[in-house]
Design a protein around this ligand. Structure first.
Ligand SMILES: Nc1ncnc2c1ncn2[C@@H]1O[C@H](COP(=O)(O)OP(=O)(O)OP(=O)(O)O)[C@@H](O)[C@H]1O
Ligand SMILES: [Mg+2]
Length: 331
């Protein structure tokens, strides 16, 4: 099968001069695209490199593949991850991963939290603020976490993002709004074990493939933030445990929470859902990543999948098979 890979390389982007150093954090490396192409080749497919943006549109029109495998982050708005699947939908070319609506709604963390909460999934209390004065109107107690409302890969989530005073809250809100040009999500800080959960499939066929605990090596667990600084230095600052070191009933509850959120958001084929336990041990939904990083060495989904017994090539293959079976069923 001819499978086109849609991607946006970090090396092709230009960061805004004077902006923070993580503006390009979401974009992919040549290593990731090569690994994906090699995995597809290993399963007998012919990968085509389609890139992203205008180049993607031109190449897909000139030479439409049988399926598009997207890892393209897009640019410019909270709908950026939806651009490639929207073009595919318009041209009636099958595409992996979630549909444009789900990709847009999950990138907007507040919108995703409202949707999962409406389906009864527990998520930390939150408010969206656009200026530093809104801090005074907070309806829950500090500590809180302040993060850009519509980014991923820990963009804008720093060691300073966990705030304990109104002064820190104002400072972090101002930083997010100024540096990322978007509202800040201020969320109740939940201090228990952090887990990220991989889910494969669509609708009633969706299944957990594995769960991974992210535990700090250096920070105190109850103050831990899996921040940009930590992610960039993950080999030294965190350890991963598959399965998580929590009681079986807690793990089941966390997986149930992730799966319920996956379904509430309408995710398809694959996603990685972040969950954290509160002080009482109840799992709370933090966010869903329906376009999870696919670097076989550093991607959290790839690490958790491999450690759960599903190797990289099989993971890629299962995503393709899930997308094709949807096509056959037209879901
Ligand atoms: N409400 C919260 N309570 C405690 N910790 C939180 C909370 N929200 C975020 N964090 C911490 O900050 C990290 C990054 O937050 P989040 O997962 O929302 O951002 P992201 O950039 O979208 O992540 P990803 O890299 O998974 O795309 C989390 O992994 C967690 O450690
Ligand atoms: Mg996350």
């Amino acid at each position: 099968m001819r499978i086109g890979i849609a991607f946006d390389l970090k090396s092709d982007q230009t960061a805004r001069a004077g902006g923070p150093d993580d503006l390009l954090e979401e974009y992919d490396s040549e290593e990731t695209v090569e690994a994906l192409a090699a995995a597809l080749r290993e399963r007998g497919h012919a990968p085509l490199l389609l890139g992203g943006g205008r180049g993607f549109v031109e190449r897909v029109l000139a030479n439409p593949p049988d399926l598009v495998f997207t890892i393209a982050e897009g640019s410019g708005s909270r709908s950026r991850e939806a651009h490639v699947p929207a073009v595919c939908e318009m041209l009636r070319i099958p595409c992996t991963h979630s549909d444009p609506l789900t990709l847009a709604v999950t990138l907007d963390k507040a919108a995703a939290k409202k949707l999962v909460a409406a389906d009864g999934v527990a998520t930390p209390r939150f408010t969206v603020v656009e200026d530093e004065d809104s801090a005074a109107r907070l309806e829950f107690e500090l500590p809180a976490i302040v993060k850009p409302n519509q980014e991923g890969s820990s963009m804008g989530v720093r060691l300073t993002s966990r705030v304990r005073t109104l002064e820190e809250l104002r400072r972090e809100t101002l930083r997010v709004v100024r540096d990322y040009g978007e509202p800040a999500l201020v969320e109740e800080y939940v201090s228990g074990t952090e887990m990220t959960i991989g889910i494969l499939g669509t609708g009633k066929d969706a299944r957990v493939i594995g769960a991974m605990e992210i535990a700090p090596r250096i920070a105190k667990p109850e103050e831990f933030v899996y921040s940009l600084e930590v992610k960039r230095d993950w080999e030294r600052q965190v350890e991963y445990h598959v399965p998580p070191r929590v009681p079986p009933a807690t793990l089941r509850a966390a997986e149930h929470c992730a799966l319920a959120a996956y379904r509430a958001l309408g995710c398809r084929d694959i996603a990685r859902v972040d969950v954290r336990l509160d002080a009482r041990g109840t799992p709370k939904f933090l966010e869903a990543n329906p376009l999870p990083g696919m670097n076989p060495r550093t991607g959290d989904l790839c690490i958790l999948s491999t450690r759960s017994g599903l190797g990289y090539v099989d993971l890629v293959d299962r995503i393709v098979v899930s997308a094709l079976s949807r096509q056959a069923r037209r879901t």
